[in-house]
Design a protein around this ligand. Structure first.
Ligand SMILES: Nc1ncnc2c1ncn2[C@@H]1O[C@H](COP(=O)(O)OP(=O)(O)OP(=O)(O)O)[C@@H](O)[C@H]1O
Ligand SMILES: [Mg+2]
Length: 416
């Protein structure tokens, strides 16, 4: 853990690597962002490392740039892990309350959480996240904070996210070669969900759809806690590729077209609207001077409907299709596509909106953007988990006592 009260996080995406550093300011209650940097990512496919040297170099560059901006070395990071290898299951643990007076202690919570983790795992998988969803004391359901309550039998309903061990190992190796120590690896969509949702949305039931470049992450919250997480190995770069094929143009030009003229709902585009392809791609003599914006929108819409169709399939699988009152929160760079919200409402039959990350102090404009949701979420996850760590409490005992209190205040400020 790096000196005093600075924290850093790194989101290793398929298109970009993003690094954020922040400080808890002495004497004030503020968490201040000290530096945010992003560099292009190389060596990833579908959210998974395919070229270790390339990704290690890119990570090293991302870290260096951030250190240059803040003027401080990054010693450790919370880092994202992505890809279609996650599995999510809800598991129950049961224990007998240990104290003679039957009062439930922190220790009981640790034991019951451990009991819930007794799931069968093949030898190339491991548990990445365990989230207690709620507790049951002697048959009484729906208890959120059982410590101090009295009972004989304690059950914990938990959500468990598992991941492929080789994928985690490879990522760990690349990060370590690029130098920083790893605090923890966190599933990218989980991180993104932490910064685009209010507690109320989580209570009502909601789904976050993080549309990245190569992946689309889904996180479902029910009754305030995570219920399901999965990653679909299709993202916004597939739209770009589809446009390139349809127009017989390069991927670079197709990306330009998507960003400048892209629209997700073809019905809303007038047949007469044109895109000056010849102007965008002067080197391509075969490129027609002008192309129909509506035709491009049709290509985009087809892929978006495919992605949302796969999301709906996941919702059906877990029994929540059309059943999440707080609706859909779209985030990630791919969520910036105009017209996407309407197609989402139509395809999933739920309210929908684009989710921006919560506001932080000292923030660069770049962070007020759905594509920064994951990296900000990693920072939040990190600071939150530090606050509950024993060695951190020890370290900041006495004189530093205020830091924990400030972390708590800081978190409370996000609650609606
Ligand atoms: N204004 C926009 N309109 C449409 N698409 C956009 C816009 N801005 C960015 N994108 C797309 O968003 C994608 C990048 O999103 P993001 O930065 O969230 O991905 P990533 O985190 O690098 O990738 P992944 O999460 O898949 O590993 C790119 O495909 C890009 O074309
Ligand atoms: Mg991403």
């Amino acid at each position: 853990m790096k000196g005093q009260n600075s924290f850093s996080a790194i989101d290793i995406g398929s298109s970009k690597i993003r690094v954020i550093s922040a400080k808890l300011e002495e004497g004030s209650d503020q968490l201040k962002i000290t530096g945010y940097t992003e560099v292009p990512s190389f060596g990833m496919r579908k959210g998974i490392i395919v070229d270790a040297t390339e990704i290690t170099n890119a990570i090293a560059k991302a870290i260096e740039e951030n250190e240059r901006t803040t003027g401080e070395p990054i010693e450790s990071v919370w880092a994202s892990v992505d890809g279609a290898h996650f599995e999510s299951e809800n598991s129950k643990g049961v224990i007998a309350v240990s104290r003679a007076d039957n009062e439930i202690s922190e220790e009981d919570l640790i034991r019951v959480e451990e009991a819930a983790q007794a799931i069968s795992l093949s030898n190339n998988r491991e548990i990445l996240h365990v989230t207690p969803r709620s507790y049951i004391i002697d048959g009484q359901e729906g208890i959120k904070d059982p410590v101090g309550m009295v009972g004989i039998r304690l059950e914990a309903e938990t959500n468990i996210i598992t991941a492929s061990s080789p994928i985690l190992k490879n990522l760990t190796k690349c990060l370590e070669q690029a130098n920083p120590e790893i605090e923890e690896l966190i599933a990218a969509p989980l991180a993104a969900s932490l910064t685009v949702l209010t507690q109320r949305q989580k209570e009502l039931g909601t789904i976050v759809i993080d549309i990245g470049s190569a992946t689309t992450g889904i996180v479902v919250y029910v009754e305030g806690e995570i219920f399901y997480l999965t990653v679909i190995p299709i993202g916004s770069s597939h739209i770009t590729n589809d446009i390139a094929i349809a127009l017989k143009t390069s991927v670079e030009i197709a990306e330009k077209i998507k960003l400048e003229y892209g629209f997700a709902s073809s019905n809303e585009i007038d047949k007469k609207e044109k895109i000056p392809l010849g102007q965008l791609d002067p080197k391509n003599s075969e490129a027609e001077e002008e192309i129909s914006r509506k035709e491009v929108a049709k290509v985009i819409e087809a892929r978006i409907r495919e992605i949302l169709g796969l999301v709906q399939k996941e919702l059906k699988k877990i029994g929540y299709a059309g059943q999440l009152p707080a609706g859909v929160i779209l985030t990630g760079g791919g969520s910036k596509l105009p017209g996407l919200v309407d197609i989402t409402k139509d395809e999933l039959g739920l309210p929908a909106q684009v989710g921006f990350p919560i506001e932080l102090k000292g923030v660069v404009d770049q962070l007020d953007d759905p594509s920064a949701a994951t990296v900000i979420g990693l920072l939040i996850y990190g600071i939150k988990s530090l606050g509950s760590r024993h060695e951190f409490r020890e370290k900041f005992k006495g004189g530093g006592e205020g830091i924990l209190a400030r972390i708590k205040d800081w978190f409370r400020s996000f609650l609606p």
